[in-house]
Design a protein around this ligand. Structure first.
Ligand SMILES: [Zn+2]
Length: 256
C-alpha cells in the first residue's frame, strides 16, 4: 500500500473508531489537511458540520482553495458546502475569531498543530469539546515543534510521508526538521545538562547541595516565562540536574 492509501484507510478507521482525537503527521507538508478534509466527508454517516480551525485567517486561502475554492475571502460564521453534503465553517486558534462559530460541531480539523503550545492547545481542545465535537483532528505542518501536550489526551496517530511519491522532497523536509530541532537547542549548556531536551530546561537557584545557579529539568515542557511564573504552586516542578534537588518555586525560574 502507498503511504497515501495507507493514510486514507487509517483516517477512515479513525472515523469509525471510538477514538476522539487524531494526530496526523508526516513530511507531506501541504497535503495532509487536504487529505483529511477530503476523506472525512466520504465515510458512511459523514459529519453534518465540520469546523476548520487554522492558525491565521491570512492563511485560509492557501489552505482551502484546492478543497472548496470561493471567489471572496473565507469568513468566520459562514457555512460553506463540502462534497457529500457536509457543511464547513472556518475560524482560527485565536479566541476572538471563534465567536461566530457554530455551538455544535461534529468534526473539527485544527491546522497546523505546530502553532499551538501547551496553553493555547489545551484552550482550543476544550473549546472544541465544549462544541460537542465527536472527532478532533490535529494536523501538523513540519513536525519540528514540541506537541507533547497532546499526548496527555492519547491521540490516535497517523504518519503521511511523501517518501514514495517524492523521495527528494521527503528527505529535504526531514533535513529541515532536524535543522530546526537543532536551532531550538540552548547554547553553551554545561555537560551535566546537555543530555536533556531543551524544551524541559530552566535555570534556577538550587537550594540543595549546590546552593547556586543550576540547570534543572521541568516536569513538563517549558511554557514561556509568564505562564511559568503565573502557574499555581505545584503545577511545575524542576529537578536540579547536578544534585537532584526538587524545587517548586516556579516564580523564580528563568531562561538566560
Ligand atoms: Zn543542585
Amino acid at each position: 500500500m502507498s503511504s497515501n492509501q495507507e493514510a486514507i484507510s487509517k483516517i477512515i478507521d479513525f472515523m469509525a473508531s471510538d477514538h476522539k482525537i487524531l494526530l496526523v503527521q508526516g513530511t507531506n507538508q501541504n497535503e495532509k489537511h487536504s487529505l483529511v478534509l477530503e476523506v472525512i466527508v466520504t465515510v458512511p454517516n459523514p459529519p453534518k458540520t465540520v469546523l476548520f480551525r487554522a492558525n491565521s485567517k491570512r492563511n485560509m486561502d492557501s489552505f482551502l482553495n484546492t478543497i472548496f475554492p470561493i471567489n471572496t475571502r473565507y469568513e468566520t460564521g459562514k457555512p460553506y458546502k463540502l462534497r457529500g453534503g457536509s457543511t464547513i465553517y472556518i475560524d482560527t486558534i485565536n479566541r476572538a475569531s471563534q465567536q461566530k462559530s457554530p455551538r455544535q460541531v461534529d468534526v473539527a480539523v485544527v491546522y497546523p498543530v505546530d502553532s499551538l503550545n501547551v496553553e493555547s492547545g489545551d484552550e482550543n481542545l476544550h473549546d472544541l469539546l465544549n462544541r460537542g465535537a465527536r472527532k478532533i483532528i490535529f494536523v501538523s505542518w513540519t513536525d519540528n515543534v514540541d506537541i507533547s501536550w497532546l499526548d496527555m489526551h492519547n491521540p490516535m496517530k497517523i504518519t503521511y510521508d511523501a517518501i514514495e511519491e517524492n523521495p527528494a522532497y521527503h528527505s529535504r523536509v526531514k533535513e529541515a526538521v532536524s535543522k530546526a530541532r537543532r536551532q531550538t537547542q540552548i547554547k553553551n549548556l554545561p555537560s551535566y545538562a546537555a543530555r536533556i531536551s531543551s524544551e524541559y530546561l530552566v535555570k534556577m537557584l538550587c537550594r540543595g547541595k549546590c546552593n547556586g545557579g543550576r540547570w534543572a529539568k521541568l516536569n513538563k515542557p517549558y511554557p514561556g516565562l509568564r505562564t511559568l511564573h503565573n502557574a499555581e504552586l505545584g503545577e511545575y516542578t524542576a529537578i536540579c540536574l547536578k544534585c537532584g534537588y526538587e524545587a517548586d518555586d516556579n516564580y523564580n525560574w528563568y531562561r538566560p
